[in-house]
Design a protein around this ligand. Structure first.
Ligand code: GLU
Length: 487
């Protein structure tokens, strides 16, 4: 039955070509974080299915029992949830299918496509060493490959190996890499079941993909070599061959594969440490390796509408933090003020007041490129007097500046229209009268009002603080001229 299906599939072409909605999957292994490269793979699998009206499934590859803790799994689920990638049906857990994996391994033995191999670790090590001495590539040549089952030693440990084809070649028409051919003589009799009966990744992934009805496997190109080995199992079982799309990995600015050395790696780090919005990360990851003309900004819905695997390039993409931050700034400006206020309040601390933040947000969000910057820019609103000054702010407030602040305070006290235009006109006029640049006034004023040397525009700061609080903060740092003279 399965065999007939496979023949039909190969005659009628693949799902992508016939327009049949396919089934994709995302199959992360819990490693303690959701690598952004993996997140992009998940995004592409998700988009492909959504674009074609197919299904997309999530399978947690939790066969490594030491690493697959609940926390490590939750990090992945949390990251996907934050990115808004919802998968169809329930989450699959690979460890639940171990009995099924073993069953397939034994079917392969029964059909003659697999065999019990009784070579011991010592024998293998000796053969490896010999190959090394003779400077020959090591390749498993197990005498058990063609041994008659009647000669299998009872009660001895064995592994189950696949009988890899030795002649001919295997071809993959990869949707990203194009046609890739491997000589079958390069494929080895890899292990399907370990001696303790547990399945290897190579077997588990194939069985699960088949059982879940996956038609399109979209994953990192570090798995391209595995695809040829996996096809050996698929062909031996007479299962339909999936279409493969192996997407290039993400590299750092230096051209090397993205690793811990390049800084933040996990999706959660982008959220928690770098203050990136999910729609910005999603948009950035989409553009990293996929293009649609020279357009940069895509909402999730637009991405679903326009995405196809044909737009994915073959060469590795370089991660560009500046580009991500600039997209993030764009999405911050687009974001709802109440949402942003709720996001930055915990970063400011217990004094942060949501209503004040919402009211200030139109001004605050014009410049920030990430949520931390946004929070830093808002923090001055909640400082209590006397303000704690940064060292740079303190350095700005010398006696000249203190005197200037005293004059500014007197001037602003007379200002009745506390809005940005009149405040600007007033301070500009004052700067002119004193023969000073506006910056000379703005710098100490900023230090006094915010305790910092960077802040939103100075007139915005005055407006956001209101007249009373602004004057109180200025007066706290100002010293009248006669008092300075007495010092
Ligand atoms: N669990 C594998 C990984 O995280 C992916 C397996 C696959 O996509 O075939 O690299």
């Amino acid at each position: 039955m399965e065999r007939i299906k496979w023949v039909m599939a190969s005659v009628s072409g693949n799902a992508a070509e016939t327009g049949t909605p396919g089934v994709t999957r995302f199959a992360p292994s819990p490693t303690g974080f959701l690598h952004i490269g993996n997140a992009r793979t998940g995004l592409f699998s998700w988009l492909y299915a959504r674009h074609h009206g197919g299904k997309t499934l999530l399978r947690i590859e939790d066969t490594d029992k030491v690493r697959s803790t609940k926390e490590a799994i939750d990090v992945i689920l949390d990251g996907l949830n934050w990115l808004g990638l919802e998968f169809d049906g329930h989450t699959y857990y690979q460890s639940q299918f171990e009995a099924r994996h073993a069953e397939v391994a034994h079917e392969l033995i029964a059909s003659g496509a697999g065999y019990r191999c009784y070579l011991t670790q010592e024998e293998l090590a000796a053969r490896r060493e010999k190959a090394r001495e003779e400077k020959k590539p090591f390749r498993i040549e197990s005498e058990w490959r063609d041994a008659d089952p009647s000669t299998w030693p009872e009660g001895q440990d064995y592994v189950v190996r696949i009988k890899a084809p030795r002649d001919g070649e295997t071809v993959i028409e990869d949707l990203v890499q194009g046609k890739v051919t491997v000589k079958n003589s390069e494929l080895d009799d890899f292990v399907l079941l370990r001696s303790d009966g547990t399945p290897t990744y190579m077997l588990a992934v194939v069985v699960d993909d088949h059982d879940m009805g996956v038609t399109h496997i979209i994953r990192g190109d570090d798995h391209l070599n595995n695809a040829f080995r996996q096809l050996t199992i698929i062909k031996a079982m007479g299962w339909p061959e999936p279409r493969y799309a192996h997407i290039p990995l993400i590299h750092g600015q230096d051209g090397a594969k993205l690793s811990k050395r390049h800084g933040a790696m996990g999706v959660n780090d982008y959220r928690d440490e770098l203050g990136i919005l999910p729609e910005a990360l999603l948009n950035y990851l989409l553009r990293l390796g996929w293009g649609h003309g020279d357009r940069e900004e895509f909402t999730k819905d637009e991405a679903v509408e326009m995405f196809d695997i044909s737009g994915v390039g073959k060469s590795p993409s370089r991660f560009d933090m500046k580009k991500l931050l600039s997209l993030n700034g764009h999405y911050i400006r687009e974001a709802d003020n109440a949402r942003l206020a709720a996001l930055i309040a915990p970063r400011i601390g217990p004094k942060a007041d949501i209503d004040t933040l919402v009211a200030a947000m139109p001004v605050l969000k014009t410049r920030a490129r990430d949520i931390n910057e946004l929070a830093d820019g808002a923090a001055f609103l909640f400082k209590s007097r006397p303000l704690e000054l940064t060292a740079q702010a303190q350095a700005l407030l010398d006696s000249d500046a203190q005197l200037l602040l005293w004059r500014i305070s007197a001037r602003l006290a007379a200002e009745n229209d506390w809005t940005s235009g009149p405040l600007e006109a007033s301070l500009k006029a004052m700067a002119e009268e004193l023969g000073l640049g506006l910056g000379k006034l703005a710098q100490p004023l900023r230090a006094a009002l915010t305790g910092q040397t960077t802040s939103p525009g100075i007139f915005d700061v005055l407006v956001l603080l209101g007249k009373e609080e602004s004057l109180a903060r200025i007066d706290a740092q100002a010293v009248p001229g006669d008092q300075i003279a007495e010092l």
